[in-house]
Design a protein around this ligand. Structure first.
Ligand code: FES
Length: 322
């Protein structure tokens, strides 16, 4: 049956899968911010492609309408100038109210639809972007760990262990207090060699204790460059143990018993002007050998309980960058 007066129904968009693809792309970008930059790039690509297809789909009808407005016989002829018609003669300037079939409501509907969507997007952006920025950006900025001066080489007699306690970030205060077990291994190829083990248990993060006496009465405080203050306590461990769940480690930090899944983390170190500086921590799956002859299987810092090698490392949930 022929419809008179054009489409009178609401202008609903045709069903489309493009918004789903667009949403998948956004999810990939957000997940990629946590996981890796290649995932962000893939998400951006998906978002752009599906966004383009979505926009093209949504504007198809509008573009068709533009084409139909073009007269079939080419451009309209120029109007002749005519004499003005008196107001009481001629046709009505506007279509009669009852002749609704001839009123084209489409442009207004489209305008309202676009204005509503645009306004919603603007308000959503104003509300969401600052929250997203504060939540996500700090994880990617100011991640560099400052090196900490923990004293001169003379504060670490060769072959002995010291418990070094210090503030990693003095501005952050006590929450940044760290403890490392430090042993001077003596020279290696003409350069000093140290073993610097973190006291953070790799099971759930409890403080690991040295398995041997500590000489609290010989504790001393040394001051480093920049005013850092480090407590050094002599200790004679034969191993390390965790009081929380019975995790046990040998003197090189290898796991020997209990729930920990890898060796103790270690600190990077450097020596400048006869002083020892501790840097970032890194994870270790295993240490072969001892002291300066040790061969360390080193990995990017992992979270407590996280495997760093083997099949389990692939099955572990994705970790945010540390
Ligand atoms: S936290 Fe150390 S064994 Fe559980």
């Amino acid at each position: 049956m022929e419809r008179s007066g054009g489409d009178q129904g609401p202008h609903l968009p045709a069903p489309s899968l493009w918004p789903v693809g667009f949403a998948v792309g956004i999810v990939c970008i957000l997940a990629g911010l946590v996981v890796s930059w290649p995932a962000v790039a893939a998400g951006a690509l998906i978002t752009v492609i599906f966004g383009f297809l979505w926009v093209r789909d949504a504007t198809t009808e509008h573009r068709r309408m533009d084409l139909h407005e073009e007269p079939a016989g080419g451009p309209a002829p120029a109007r002749r100038s005519v004499e003005p018609i008196p107001a009481h003669k001629g046709e009505a300037a506007m279509p009669a109210p009852h002749d609704e079939a001839e009123i084209d409501r489409f442009p207004r509907n489209k305008f309202l639809e676009g204005a509503t969507l645009g306004l919603g997007a603007a308000i959503g952006g104003i509300v969401t972007l600052p929250v997203l920025g504060f939540a996500v950006l700090p994880a990617f900025t100011d991640q560099e760990t400052e090196e900490v001066d923990v004293g001169t080489l003379g504060d670490y007699p060769e072959g002995e262990w010291r418990i070094a306690t210090f503030l990693e970030d003095p501005d952050a205060g006590e929450v940044s207090r760290r403890t490392a077990y430090v042993r001077n291994n003596g020279p290696l190829e003409g350069r000093p060699s140290f073993t610097v083990v973190s006291n953070r248990c790799v099971h759930l993060g409890c403080p690991v204790q040295p398995g041997g006496p500590s000489e609290e009465d010989k504790k001393k405080i040394v001051r480093g460059e920049g005013g850092t203050q480090v407590e050094l306590t002599p200790t004679q461990p034969s191993n390390f143990g965790c009081p929380c769940h019975g995790g046990a480690y040998d003197i090189e930090g290898n796991r020997t018993a209990g729930p920990p899944v890898r060796a103790l983390d270690r600190y990077e170190f450097s020596i400048r002007n006869g002083r020892l500086f501790l840097g970032k921590t890194y994870s270790v799956s295993e240490v072969q050998g001892e002291g300066k002859d040790a061969r360390i299987k080193r990995y990017r810092l992992a979270g407590p309980g996280q495997h760093v090698d083997g099949l389990e490392s692939w099955l572990y949930p994705i970790q945010p960058p540390e």
